[in-house]
Design a protein around this ligand. Structure first.
Ligand code: PEP
Ligand code: MN
Length: 338
């Protein structure tokens, strides 16, 4: 059940509702939005006293029964689309399509600063960069670890860009949260539920990639782990799935945009870089993503992709990124976005 409280109620009134939900045998999960508090009450409705009568309480705006397996991420419970606040001037969701751009891996200060300054000048508000890299082979570059996180923090200091970076393991969640503005959960870890819970508990916004062979329902349920851990700041990120097609690295499933907009109130971001594995296709995929309603784009940019320490084939050059952002403008306007 989703219980939406009236705007402006006191803490004591909220506590009364929470106690009543518990007294009726449900576990309340509180999500604090900008203007109101939404409570997800999880429990088997057959085995408990109904919560429907709470609708008549003066503190309560609405009570809705959710039929889907995913509850808190569901559009059934929250009709209004969520915005995720990243810092005082950046949010994901809403009219602006946020550009999140930067190298696949943080390699050194010069590389990172060069990219950071460029993407900022092209309108990006968020810098991406991997410090912990989930590589298919143990012999490939595994990332700079905390040193990479420190470089990201330095780039934030110099440019004001917010930072999105991946957390690979539960034990690093607190450390990554110290440096990051958004914690990225990578495709390979999208169903690592203990990691999802640990990342959610840091309180930082979470960018949850779709696993390469995850069903949309499984992805939404993975997102449910974040919200049910008390963190409402969830952003879904489609990054391509594995299909029979081998021409591209992955098959970027742009259909997930309208589907997620139908199923969840959480924002959705597209990563065309991992999605196709080919720098030449990235710009066109961005056009498609914006036209279909994406709330953000996660794009890999490198000063010299031919020398990149990871994912060289799919990273666009600084010049290509600038061109991309200019060419994107008519698509943004046509879609009624900024
Ligand atoms: C990345 O963003 O560089 C990355 C490793 O992404 P994914 O988890 O989608 O493969
Ligand atoms: Mn990459």
């Amino acid at each position: 059940m989703i219980i939406v409280l009236k705007p402006g109620i006191t803490e004591a009134e909220e506590t009364r509702v929470l106690h009543e939900i518990e007294a009726r045998g449900y576990t309340p999960h509180v999500m604090r939005g900008v203007s109101r508090v939404v409570i997800g009450a999880i429990g088997d409705a057959q085995a408990h006293q109904s919560l429907e009568t709470l609708a008549s309480w003066s503190q309560v705006e609405s009570v809705t029964r959710i039929q889907k397996r995913y509850k808190l991420v569901s559009k059934e419970g929250q009709k209004v689309r969520s915005t995720v606040k990243i810092n005082d001037h950046v949010q994901i969701g809403g009219r602006k399509v946020q550009l999140m751009a930067g190298p696949c891996s943080v390699e050194n200060e010069k590389q990172l600063m060069t990219v950071a300054e460029k993407v900022k000048s092209c309108g990006a508000n968020i810098l991406r960069g991997g410090a912990f890299k989930p590589r298919t082979s143990p012999y490939e570059f595994q990332g700079l670890g905390e040193k990479g996180l420190k470089l990201l923090a330095k780039a934030r200091e110099a440019t004001g860009l917010a930072i999105v970076t991946e957390c690979l393991s539960e034990e690093h969640a607190e450390m990554v949260a110290e440096y990051a503005d958004i914690i990225q959960i990578g495709a390979r870890n999208a169903q690592n539920f203990q990691l999802l819970i640990a990342a959610a508990h840091t309180g930082k916004p979470i960018l949850l990639k779709r696993g390469p062979s995850m069903l949309i329902e499984e992805w939404l349920l993975a997102g449910e782990y974040i919200l049910s851990s008390g963190n409402p700041n969830l952003i879904f990120c489609e990054r391509g799935i594995r299909t029979f097609e081998t021409y591209t690295r992955n098959t970027l499933d742009l259909m997930t945009i309208p589907i997620l907009r139908q199923e969840t109130h959480c924002p959705i971001v597209i990563d065309p870089s991992q999605g196709c594995g080919n720098a030449n296709l990235v710009e066109t995929l961005c056009f498609g993503a914006v036209a279909m309603g994406a709330d953000g784009l996660l794009i890999e940019v490198h000063p010299d992709p031919t020398r990149a320490w990871s994912d060289g084939a799919q990273q666009v050059t600084l010049e290509a990124f600038e061109k991309l952002t200019k060419n994107l403008l008519p698509f943004l306007h046509a879609a009624g976005r900024e």
